[in-house]
Design a protein around this ligand. Sequence first.
Ligand SMILES: [Zn+2]
Length: 171
Amino acid sequence: MANQELTEDSVATQFSAEDRRWMERALALARQGAEAGEVPVGAVVVRDGEAIGEGFNCPIGTHDPTAHAEICALRAAGRAIENYRLAGATLYVSLEPCAMCAGAIVHARIDRVVYAAMEPKAGAVASTQNFFEQPQLNYRVKAEGGLLNQEAGEQLRTFFKDRRRTKKAQV
Ligand SMILES: [Zn+2]
């Protein structure tokens, strides 16, 4: 849980105003997911100061277990630049990536991943394992967490609280 103790002050110095702006975009995408009844997670792929792919978590609506925000954003970015390799790009995501998404991030050759909230149960970047630090990987992804983690955490908590309330009302 040590990572959740990051204070706003300690993360503020680590990230730029541009990082903050893109993470706000990821949070806005996550809200779109929540409105569609999906667990709110949003992601943006940015290269040369421009968003080249965006997505939000939508496995329920698409009947697709791989439709996590990161995968959706990577697919959109690959299509946009007509290249599956996204070297030089940064992926902003509102929740720590899982192992599937971390694998896809390596395949896409993303340079840097910035995430907001920690995912203690399935997060594969810092929480349950350090996916990007595996010695056999010949490619290094730089990962930094904690930017706007309070906002992202609040968004998830609100979503689950509302969902529990709806479920109770239906019984
Ligand atoms: Zn994932």
